[in-house]
Design a protein around this ligand. Structure first.
Ligand code: PEP
Length: 256
């Protein structure tokens, strides 16, 4: 049975003091929840240390939004997996569509980052998903195949089960347009099939696949009711205690 994973991607929002306040609020709301769900906060780099302090010893885990693949060196502005581990991160988001769109992230860089994360015991959340244009052209599956096969190239079967994949249709991110639960299930099932071809059925059955794209308290239950939807990567709705806590609680309810 795959453990549900709900992650909040705070993107470039929240100063350090705002981040502390949000993390404290979430901890107060969610501390009673049994460990049936992995709850994950991904603040900006600048707030990782403080949020780490707030959630240490709680049922909430820490993730970063990006990472570089080298351990150290002359790479101005970059952050290494070692540095993230040092701050208490257990997860890192890799290849988010905003990084692919605005910062030149490619399958190759995603692949380097995923390998580096796994090599340091960080769980990569590898984002894949099609644009609206690609969906309308009927190439959703082709894009997913490209992102999954090239993003995970060379990653061993033994590491596969440790990964998380986030299916995030680009047209649903921050737009208020959610994929229907059928569209989400169809894509997740396809991704699991790709993983099965690469790693075998058993390993593929262990990989958690999150859905991301305008997830909110109103649509989480239906999404989570799909057999291949194992959680959510939440942007906008993760920035408020009330909405994120509701999403976590409702997800826990569906998969209990
Ligand atoms: C995201 O940031 O990954 C995301 C899915 O954003 P939103 O929930 O705002 O669509």
């Amino acid at each position: 049975m795959r453990k549900t994973i709900i992650a909040g991607n705070w993107k470039m929002f929240k100063t350090t003091s705002e981040a502390i306040e949000l993390a404290n609020g979430l901890q107060r709301e969610l501390y009673k929840l049994e460990e049936t769900v992995d709850i994950l906060l991904c603040p900006p780099f600048t707030a990782l240390s403080e949020v780490s302090e707030v959630i240490t010893g709680s049922n909430i885990k820490l993730g970063a939004q990006n990472v570089y693949w080298k351990d150290e060196g002359a790479f101005t502005g970059e952050i290494s997996p070692l540095m993230l581990k040092d701050l208490g991160c257990a997860f890192v988001i890799i290849g988010h569509s905003e990084r692919r769109q605005f910062f030149g992230e490619t399958n190759e860089s995603v692949n380097n980052k995923a390998k580096a994360a796994l090599g340091h015991g960080l769980t990569p959340i590898i984002c894949v998903g099609e644009t609206l244009q690609e969906r309308e052209a009927g190439s959703t599956f082709k894009v997913l195949e490209d992102h999954v096969q090239n993003g995970l190239k060379g990653i061993e079967e033994s590491a596969a089960a440790a990964m998380v994949i986030a299916y995030e249709p680009v047209w649903a991110i921050g737009t208020g347009k959610t994929a229907t639960s059928q569209q989400a299930q169809e894509a997740h099932e396809y991704i699991r099939g790709l993983l099965a071809k690469m790693y075998g059925q058993e390993a593929a059955a262990q990989v958690r696949i999150q859905y991301g794209g305008s997830v909110k308290p109103e649509n989480i239950s239906e999404l989570m009711a799909q057999p291949d939807v194992d959680g959510a990567l939440v942007g906008g709705a993760s920035l408020k205690v009330e909405t994120f806590a509701q999403i976590v609680k409702k997800a826990a309810e569906v998969k209990k």
